[in-house]
Every structure is written in structure tokens, then in C-alpha cells.
Design a protein around this ligand. Structure first.
Ligand code: GLA
Length: 541
């Protein structure tokens, strides 16, 4: 009996720890990384002269003064390790050595980036580039990091996972080991990008500056659309100045070998606008020497860059949706301040149009609209209720909207943060599920079952603080339950939640008290699984 009691007590502690740990902060160490990388345009065909030429071109085009500072060498510079296991660059390609290249990049006022793999082999070497075999970090974490940062003086590192996947390494363990190796270097302020091609898990935000969320981009719209669609529901994970990386830009990039497809002007604008509003790193992937004027103008768009480099570093959740036409928005400059960034996108192959509602954007009364593509105020769109945006196939519009803010009432599950979320193949994870019956076409399922498998709205705002009725829209074909924590404190339980089937929604109410300003509202399992969650609606008492 004693034993059973002891283990029950332990469970309670774990339950509490699982549900009450972690909290949000809004201070950003780094805005999203801006620069260029060699991969999209040159793949493995790189050398010292090319790197220097491209770096110089970035300065000659004035891109550095707009924030594009990082010159990131990707795969293709390595040479098999020597007999003692020391990492080497290929002297035929980089005869002056990597330190000299980094010095040159620094002499231009730029920053230098390098590439490796978390496992044994780089991704290029898994196909044709045998020189990359055995050059990954596995087993050499500390010595390689000291070489890259303290001896060669690089400032950024992208760490791929082809070798890691091949060897069946555990992502969290291996990237944690690497993060510790980076921290052990004399050089500080190193930008660390995880390249696992899927959203790796919330553990990544404690380790890395950014993490890739999708498979590789290509210079055609279907691939850009796939990346946008994957990222639409990941916006809660771009936080605390740690970012979802939508991959390198294909703006101005050449056609893919053997393919006729490339991006149109409208598509390049949509690509840039989404990467900017989503606070993704902006890493150009084109040949700087042959960039067209149109593409250069897009990359140099100061308003879009300001949207991307906003000091809040927030993601931009979906606020309105009609099929493949999306409206996404985020606060700029201050949380719940008067200015918001808004991007309206038509991802479909047909022309479309959308009435954008001021209320859906979080405003009450007359709003002012500034067009980030034409750089002018749009008095024709200023309104109190809604403005219409016609959109060609694959086109978009980007705005700064200002006005008086209203407290948000609907917190959608699609913008919530799921503690155990990951899109790694085969991961046991809660999911953002599509359903025509759910608000914004998406709900969350797979919560509960373990104490740390919870959902949270990170930014629940109350102007004055006080009592609210929180209404939760849920579904589940068998009885489920959850408890609600506000700012880490348990405020109540909702039990016996059951509906006819998974797409038949019901509502449950709970009175909660919010602090003035920002609050965190967390839904945690009591014992067992939680229902599907569609949204939380807040009503001030
Ligand atoms: C993977 C990455 C790419 C690039 C190549 C290099 O595919 O996702 O971005 O770094 O490897 O081999």
C-alpha cells in the first residue's frame, strides 16, 4: 500500500511538472538571419573564388546594408578526414583555407557561415559527393566546433541530418550534444541552424536559432506552396527569437536542371511576403552576379524586410481563410500595439478575392492600410469593417495596418503551441488536423495520454485583467477531460466531455481570471487522453 501511495505521489509531481513547466518571454536575441547561401544556385560546385565573388557582389548590390550579412558556405567544401580524424577542407577548391575565406568575408563587413551534418556523412555525400563521407560531426562534435568557430572564425552553422538519419541517431540527443559543443567554444554569439527538414520538436527552441521545417525548396510554385502550407500551422513555434526556417529563397534562382519551371513575378512576391511575415530566415539562394532587376527589387523591399526583422520576432497565424486564400497577420513593434503586418495570399491556380475584416485583424473603428509592395498608403482600402483584395492565381498582397486594437475573443487551436509537437516522420505527436467543420479548417487532436502532452495559447491578452468565461469547442467520441491552467496555476477541470463523433463539436465553459496584459492559457490532461480542440472563445464578465 505504501508503495502504491508513493508512486501516486510521484505521478502527481510529474503531472504538475509536465503541466506547469515552460513559459513565454518576448525578448529577442537575434532577429531572423539574413544573408545568402550557395546551395540553391550552385549545389556542390563551389570554390574559394566563387565564395569571394558572391560575397563581394552582396556588398556591391547594397544588400548588406539592408541586413543580408551572412555568406553561408553549404555542402561541397570538405575533404575526407586525415588519419587522426581531423576535419579538412578540400585544398583544390579552397587553396587558401577556410580561415582565409572567413577573414575575407569579415573584411567586407559580412559574417561567415559553414555547413556540416549531425551524423557521419553530409547530404551531398549520400548521393554523389564522396568527399563528404565521414566529415559529419558525429564523434567529433567538440573538435570540429572548435575548428569552425575558434580557429576558422565562422559565425553561423547549418547542421544537416542525412548522416544522422542514416545512422538512426536520436535528433534531440545528438543536436543537444552539438549545442553543448558549440557552447564550449571561445567564440560566442554563434547562429545555429538545425536542418532536419521537418519541425523537429519544441526541444529545438532551447538549442537553436532556427530550424528547417520542410523538405528542400525548389524554384517552382508547387514546392513554395507546400512549404507555406506546412508552415501555416507552425506559427506558435516561432517565438522567443527562435525561428521556423522555411528554407533558402528561390527568388532570382535559376531553373532547376532538367526542369522548365521557374517562379513568376507574382510567385516571387508571394514567396518573399510569406517568408517575411512568418519571421523566417531570409537566405538568398540565387547567383548574385546574374540577378534580374525585378528579383533584386523584391529582395530589397524595405517594408517586407522590416516586417521580417521586427524586434518582436513573432510568427503570423492564419486569421481568415477561404479555401486556398489565406490572411495571416502578426503584431509589429509592440504586442497589442497599433500596428500589424498582414499578408493575403491566393495559393490556388484560379483568380480569387477576399474581403479582409478589420475585426479579424484585431481592430475596431477606422483602420489605415499601407501597401508594402507599392510603398504607399492605400486610402481606398481604409475602412471600418472590411476591404476587398482581388488576387491573381499565386499572387499576394502585403500591408501594414494601423488602428485601435480590440481584445481578441477567438483563440484558434491552429495558433496554439503543442508541447509534444513534431512533424518528424513516425514521431508520436499531437497533430493539426484539417476538417471543414473546424474553425479556419483546422483543429488539434492527439493531446493527453502523458502529462507533458498539452496545448497552450501563449499570448492571451486582457486590456484590464479580470474575470472571463472561457468557452472551449471540443469533440471526442468517448468521454475525455482536461484541466485549465492560467499563467501556470490550475483554475479548473472540465470532465465527461463527449460528442457523437470526432467532427461533431460541443462547447464547455469555465470561468477564468486573466492578468492585465499577456497571459498563458494551458489545457492539460487530467488522466488519459484529451478531446480534440477547435478553439477557445473568451467572453468578458
Ligand atoms: C540537404 C539540405 C539542403 C542542402 C543539402 C546539401 O538536402 O536540406 O538545404 O544543405 O542537403 O547537401
Amino acid at each position: 500500500m505504501k508503495r502504491i501511495l508513493a508512486s501516486t505521489a510521484l505521478c502527481a509531481v510529474i503531472l504538475l511538472a509536465g503541466c506547469s513547466q515552460g513559459s513565454i518571454k518576448y525578448s529577442v536575441d537575434h532577429t531572423p538571419t539574413m544573408g545568402m547561401s550557395f546551395w540553391n544556385a550552385f549545389q556542390l560546385n563551389i570554390n574559394e573564388d566563387l565564395v569571394k565573388d558572391q560575397a563581394l557582389a552582396v556588398t556591391e548590390l547594397g544588400l548588406d546594408s539592408l541586413g543580408y550579412k551572412f555568406i553561408n558556405i553549404d555542402d561541397g567544401f570538405q575533404m575526407p578526414r586525415d588519419e587522426e580524424g581531423h576535419f579538412r577542407c578540400d585544398p583544390a577548391l579552397f587553396p587558401s583555407g577556410m580561415r582565409a575565406v572567413a577573414d575575407y568575408i569579415h573584411s567586407l563587413g559580412l559574417k561567415a557561415g559553414i555547413y556540416t551534418d549531425a551524423g557521419d556523412n553530409t547530404c551531398g555525400s549520400e548521393n554523389i559527393y564522396t568527399y563528404g563521407l565521414g566529415t559529419g560531426l558525429y564523434g567529433h562534435e567538440r573538435s570540429d566546433c572548435h575548428l569552425f568557430f575558434d580557429e576558422w572564425d565562422f559565425d553561423f552553422i547549418k547542421i544537416d541530418f542525412c548522416g544522422g538519419q542514416h545512422a538512426g541517431l536520436n535528433e534531440k540527443e545528438q543536436y543537444t550534444k552539438i549545442a553543448n559543443a558549440i557552447k564550449s567554444c571561445k567564440k560566442s554569439d554563434i547562429i545555429f541552424n538545425i536542418c532536419r527538414w521537418r519541425y523537429p520538436g519544441t526541444w529545438a527552441e532551447d538549442l537553436a536559432t532556427s530550424w528547417r521545417t520542410t523538405y528542400d525548396i525548389r524554384p517552382w510554385f508547387a514546392r513554395v506552396k507546400y512549404i507555406i502550407e506546412e508552415n501555416l500551422w507552425l506559427q506558435a513555434y516561432t517565438r522567443n527569437g527562435h525561428y521556423n526556417d522555411c528554407d533558402m529563397l528561390e527568388i532570382g534562382a535559376p531553373k532547376w536542371p532538367g526542369s522548365d519551371a521557374s517562379l513568376t513575378h507574382d510567385e516571387e512576391l508571394t514567396h518573399m511576403a510569406y517568408w517575411c511575415i512568418a519571421s523566417s530566415p531570409l537566405i538568398m539562394g540565387c547567383d548574385m552576379r546574374t540577378l534580374s532587376e525585378e528579383s533584386l527589387e523584391i529582395l530589397k523591399n524595405k517594408d517586407l524586410i522590416a516586417m521580417n526583422q521586427d524586434p518582436l520576432g513573432l510568427g503570423a497565424p492564419v486569421v481568415q481563410r477561404s479555401g486556398d486564400v489565406y490572411v495571416v497577420a502578426k503584431d509589429m513593434e509592440s504586442i497589442m500595439g497599433p500596428k500589424r503586418a498582414v499578408v493575403v495570399m491566393n495559393l490556388s491556380d484560379k483568380p480569387g478575392s477576399v474581403d479582409v475584416y478589420a475585426e479579424a485583424l484585431g481592430f475596431k473603428g477606422r483602420i489605415k492600410v499601407y501597401d508594402c509592395f507599392t510603398h504607399e498608403d492605400r486610402p481606398d482600402l481604409a475602412c471600418e469593417t472590411s476591404f476587398n483584395v482581388p488576387l491573381r492565381p499565386h499572387s499576394s498582397a502585403a500591408f501594414f495596418v494601423t488602428g485601435k486594437r480590440i481584445e481578441k475573443q477567438i483563440y484558434d487551436a491552429s495558433e496554439s503551441y503543442l508541447h509534444n509537437f513534431s512533424t518528424i516522420e513516425g514521431a508520436i505527436s499531437p497533430r493539426y488536423m484539417p476538417s471543414p467543420s473546424a474553425s479556419l479548417g483546422t483543429y488539434v487532436s492527439g493531446l493527453g495520454g502523458s502529462t507533458d502532452n498539452w496545448l497552450q495559447w501563449n499570448n492571451v491578452y486582457s486590456g484590464k485583467g479580470g474575470k472571463y468565461v472561457a468557452t472551449f469547442r471540443y469533440s471526442c467520441a468517448y468521454p475525455t477531460s482536461f484541466k485549465v491552467l492560467v499563467n501556470g496555476k490550475e483554475v479548473g477541470e472540465l470532465t465527461d466531455l463527449v460528442t457523437q463523433n470526432d467532427h461533431n463539436w460541443n462547447e464547455a465553459n469555465l470561468e477564468i481570471k486573466l492578468n492585465k496584459g499577456l497571459n498563458e492559457v494551458r489545457l492539460c490532461p487530467i488522466d488519459g487522453i484529451m478531446p480534440n480542440i477547435d478553439l477557445m472563445y473568451l467572453h468578458k464578465k
